[in-house]
Write a protein that binds this ligand. Structure first.
Ligand code: ADP
Length: 167
């Protein structure tokens, strides 16, 4: 079972990934750490204090791996059986990101990205998944979100919860 977890920063990829990795007994990869350690980047973006992933290198790293959970902003580049796209109301994203040592600009960029569904759109425009689970985490605990993912995966089903942050 290959599972990717993607979404805007602050939606809960790392938190949900840890719970799922224990429940499903699958190794967990944090993609920002992996990209740094395995040098799967093309350049370093000084302004954003982030590495620019090289999608081909990332895919190559996961080639032949059949059991894993990969969580991170760029998980949608990796071919997987399930892509989990976590969503959260932009206001919730803002509150969570304010706790981080991010600049105000970085916080607002991510809030806007969530509002406009940037990550979800990218994932659907260039699908590398067999099945998708698109969840609104807003009024749920991380455990509840993990539970829904586990249940859906175990049944071999898909899940698509509608969200509209533009209203
Ligand atoms: P990401 O990896 O997407 O940047 P993190 O998992 O690092 O997000 O942080 C998400 C934060 O939001 C954590 O502090 C987590 O406890 C909190 N949180 C609250 N509710 C949820 C939820 N339903 N799902 C995931 N995270 C949640």
């Amino acid at each position: 079972m290959r599972i990717g977890i993607t979404g805007t920063p602050g939606v809960g990829k790392t938190t949900v990934g840890k719970i799922l990795s224990k429940r499903l007994n699958l190794p967990l990869y944090n993609l920002s750490k992996l990209i740094r350690e395995e040098r799967l980047y093309s350049s370093y973006d000084k302004e954003r204090n982030a590495y620019e992933v090289e999608p081909e290198k990332l895919r190559k790293f996961f080639e032949g791996k059949e059991s894993f959970i990969a969580e991170g902003l760029v998980a949608h580049y990796i071919p997987v059986d399930y892509l989990v796209i976590l969503r959260a109301e932009p206001e919730v994203v803002r509150e969570r990101l304010k706790e981080r040592p991010y600049s105000q600009r970085k916080v607002e960029e991510n809030v806007e990205a969530e509002r406009l569904a940037v990550i979800a759109t990218e994932a659907f425009e260039n699908p590398n998944f067999k099945r998708v689970i698109h969840i609104d985490t807003t009024n749920r605990s991380p455990e509840e979100v993990a539970e829904i993912v586990e249940r859906t995966v175990s049944k071999g089903e898909e899940l698509f919860e509608e969200v509209d942050w533009l209203e």
